[in-house]
Ligand binder design. Sequence first.
Ligand SMILES: O=C(O)CC1=CCC(=O)O1
Length: 264
Amino acid sequence: MAFKTINGNVVHYELIGEAKAKNLIVFSNGLGTDFRIWLPLFDELGDDVSVLLYDSRGHGLSGGADKPFGMADLVSDLASLCDELGIRKATFCGLSVGGLVCQGLWKERPDLFRKLILCDTAPRIGSAEIWAERIAGIEKGGLESAADSAMARWFTPAFHEDRPDELAGYRLMMTRQSIAGYLSTCAALRDTDFSDVLPTITVPTLFVVGDQDGSTPPATVQAGADLVPGARFEEIADCAHIPSVEQPEALAELIQGFMRKQAN
Ligand SMILES: O=C(O)CC1=CCC(=O)O1
């Protein structure tokens, strides 16, 4: 558990291994989650990789929820955290809005990239109407009012049935986030479209999606992958929006293969 002030806000992070390691993967979390969503995956990846986990602005134990923020801030936080920790190059792996942060980071700081892994994400997620509706609903009813529908998008019916304790835990993860941090991140999602960025990506890129993802369905993620020259697209079976939690073994296998395949 470590903390650094980045762009005026405290950032909670954990660096496991070496900042300069060739096999360093930096993970960026999704809306309503914190870096603990990567821990089941980390257990599967084991000693194969070094890892930087961090809570994005307004989420987990990272600060910055007190003022509205947007995608540029989320991208700048990640770039500055990497610089502060002496990371010169890494593989970046982002889930959902974390995937957008990684796309924005490519636009601003391509020098930082060895490879890119985009999980359950797209250049544009949802629509202005969907985010306006979500923001209005949460302003009225709080995060609790949005939690059951979020869980239906995050996890498959089988997960709901077979893993009720984890479901309850991840639901609490969501409802305990800062409302202001969650809403600023919704606004960042509403205002972001990186369709013009994806065709400029020149590092090896892997897209992954759960076959039952209710937030960024496979066809949406495939359409993003089609924009990146040479990108690989993989679907994970029996999985919804958060493969690092629902199918960590399958995601680890894909990541290990991708990390081994093209060393550059
Ligand atoms: O719909 C959800 O709650 C899941 C999600 C959308 C963007 C993101 O980061 O997570």
